[in-house]
Design a protein around this ligand. Structure first.
Ligand SMILES: [Zn+2]
Length: 166
């Protein structure tokens, strides 16, 4: 099947700032614009336009060009409050994202690059497979600063099963 038969452009909300037409990466009702970011708000104390506190939210899309342009004028915040936690599998030669380690919140201007705030902030915390989801004797996370991703226990179980079959 040809590539063009697999995907037909599915329009979504245009860029909030410049009005550029945007199309979803996937088909269907999901708002997943290509070449843009999607932002949502459940309301905000201080807003006089939207703050229903009923679980609903607003969503807007901003094209990548507009976000990068705003970053040059220091209009975009970059907030960092966790470090990625990965488990490296030396046999398979890849890493799996398994959680996040909470750190003190740092707020800076985002300048449009992938630079990290400090050397250690962007570097992942590396754990062994045996440490994933580790609990203390009371059943609490052994390291309370690490929040394990949902389903990570399944990944570990699958890994152990694979080793047992070898
Ligand atoms: Zn735009």
């Amino acid at each position: 099947m040809a590539q063009e038969e697999l995907y037909s452009p599915n329009p979504t909300k245009s860029c909030f700032h410049c009005g550029k037409d945007l199309f979803n990466v996937f088909e269907g009702p999901t708002n997943q614009p290509s070449g843009a970011l999607s932002f949502s708000s459940h309301g905000h104390y201080g807003s006089t336009s939207f703050d229903p506190m009923d679980g609903s939210w607003l969503e807007i899309n901003i094209c990548d060009e507009c976000v990068l342009s705003a970053a040059k004028f220091h209009r975009v915040l970059h907030i960092h409050n966790s470090r990625p936690v990965v488990a490296r599998d030396p046999e398979a030669g890849f890493s799996v994202l398994v959680g996040a380690m909470k750190v003190d919140t740092i707020v800076t201007d985002w300048t449009g690059g992938d630079e990290f705030l400090a050397d250690s902030m962007g570097n992942p915390v590396v754990v062994d497979w045996d440490e994933i989801g580790e609990l203390d004797p009371e059943g609490n996370p052994a390291d309370p600063s690490i929040e394990w991703h949902r389903g990570v226990q399944d990944v570990v179980a699958e890994k152990r099963n694979m080793k047992e079959r070898l």
